[in-house]
Ligand binder design. Structure first.
Ligand SMILES: [Zn+2]
Length: 209
């Protein structure tokens, strides 16, 4: 069996069942989560990226609207208070500044958006492995992140329209109660994968052969 991330053959004892999206994004006891095979090294690397993204989501206003998901944000906020997170918090605090938005001045911090998008792209690969049984190592992918409720610029509006038209023309799959939904569209040159977390945070991944 091959690892879905590095495409190397998984040797005995080196096997890890990888959750896509990560288990930590769902309520405890959520059944029918998606799993794919990975090697331990890739699984560990992915776990630390998962945690980074969860921390960013909990501290930003990227997800916050739906009271259904408040328990989740509380859980993440408790997690970032752990002593081993001091470095992460310091890094975030050092970039804190006041941002002027259409809704007035807000406290803001800088984070590596490409790291979050890259993480979502890897999730998209995992979903393709699960659904289409492809060997993703032969595919190139790029991912864009968009919050449904915070679209301000013309480019974002265009992207949102594209996402909404694709979600209307393609059947969706739901994981959990409302934590995660995804759409996969097969095209001649590859795939389009749309992921929606917590009903408001969208990622659009273009996957080329
Ligand atoms: Zn691997």
């Amino acid at each position: 069996m091959k690892c879905v991330y590095c495409c190397n053959e998984i040797k005995d004892g080196n096997f890890a069942r990888e959750h896509v999206p990560p288990k930590s994004f769902f309520k405890k006891g959520t059944s029918s989560l998606i799993t794919i095979p990975a090697c331990r090294a890739c699984n560990n690397k992915k776990s630390s990226d998962d945690e980074f993204v969860l921390n960013i989501l909990s501290m930003s206003d990227l997800i916050s609207i739906n009271p259904e998901h408040q328990f989740h944000i509380d859980k993440m906020l408790r997690a970032v208070k752990r002593p081993q997170k001091v470095g992460f918090i310091k890094e975030i605090l050092s970039s804190t500044h006041t941002a002027v938005t259409s809704e007035g001045s807000k406290n803001a911090f800088i984070f590596d958006e490409s790291k979050v998008s890259g993480w979502a792209g890897i999730n998209a690969q995992g979903l393709l492995v699960h659904e289409e049984h492809i060997e993703h190592c032969n595919y190139k992918h790029s991912t864009m992140m968009l919050n449904l409720l915070k679209v301000e610029f013309p480019d974002e509006k265009q992207l949102l329209e594209l996402i909404l038209s694709l979600t209307k023309s393609t059947p969706s799959k739901l994981v959990g109660s409302s934590e995660f939904k995804y759409w996969i569209q097969t095209q001649d040159e590859g795939y389009v994968v749309i992921q929606c977390f917590y009903e408001e945070l969208f990622f659009l991944t273009m996957v080329e052969r």
